[in-house]
Design a protein around this ligand. Structure first.
Ligand code: MLT
Length: 208
């Protein structure tokens, strides 16, 4: 496979057994965007932040889309395989425990994190999905054997995705044995302080 490396920033917590937050930015962002937010999760987590390899009119993304909200699903699959293969490589280079990886993605980054849950149901030990959309039109039936905890926060004024779609997505993930905590926040597609506050509580409950 013709996988390309991803640009990344790695910050170690200094403990090889620490969990690692995998930061996945939104469209037009980069690997520096979510680091200030990740710092609120405390000093006991490593940070691995990557930049999407796709560029749409100058804006980095994690996979191609055909139009707003319409995804190139073949590219999602390819980029998800590329990302997972890259993370495995980087884990042995940077010496973090790849079986303690918690994705934290916003928008396009949440969507590739969701694709990772579906295509590799036991790869992540947890996921925080801020403003996600279902990555596939027909979601493949899968099963995680680890009851992977997943935090989702949706904006009830989000113009990009309807709450009913998020509820369907959530039901599909629950049927796949993911352990979902869904929050609906009174805002749009933008991230607000309440997103990180709720995600930090979830993180402490499940991992810290
Ligand atoms: C996507 O393309 O993944 C979604 O439309 C969200 C975004 O624009 O990042």
């Amino acid at each position: 496979m013709n996988y390309q490396p991803l640009k990344y920033i790695y910050q170690s917590a200094g403990n090889p057994e620490a969990s690692t937050l995998l930061l996945l930015h939104g469209t037009g962002g980069n690997e520096t965007d979510l680091i200030p937010l990740a710092k609120n999760f405390g000093k006991n987590v490593n940070i691995l932040s990557v930049r999407g390899n796709v560029v749409e009119q100058g804006m980095p993304r994690f996979f191609r889309r055909l139009s707003m909200g319409v995804f190139d699903e073949e590219d999602i699959k390819f980029r998800t395989h590329e990302l997972v293969s890259f993370i495995k490589e980087i884990a042995s280079k940077e010496k973090f425990n790849a079986s303690k990886l918690i994705a934290l993605g916003y928008s396009n980054g949440a969507n590739i994190a969701g694709a990772t849950l579906i295509l590799y149901p036991d790869f992540l030990s947890g996921a925080i999905l801020f403003r996600p959309m279902p990555p596939f039109k027909n979601m493949p039936k899968v099963k995680t054997s680890k009851k992977v905890p997943v935090f989702i926060s949706a904006g009830n004024l989000d113009g990009m995705v309807r709450i009913s779609e998020i509820q369907q997505y959530t039901s599909h993930l629950e049927a796949s044995h993911f352990n979902i905590e869904l929050h609906t926040i009174n805002t749009g597609h933008n991230l607000v302080e309440e997103d990180s506050r709720k995600a930090i509580i979830w993180m402490h409950k499940n991992f810290l």
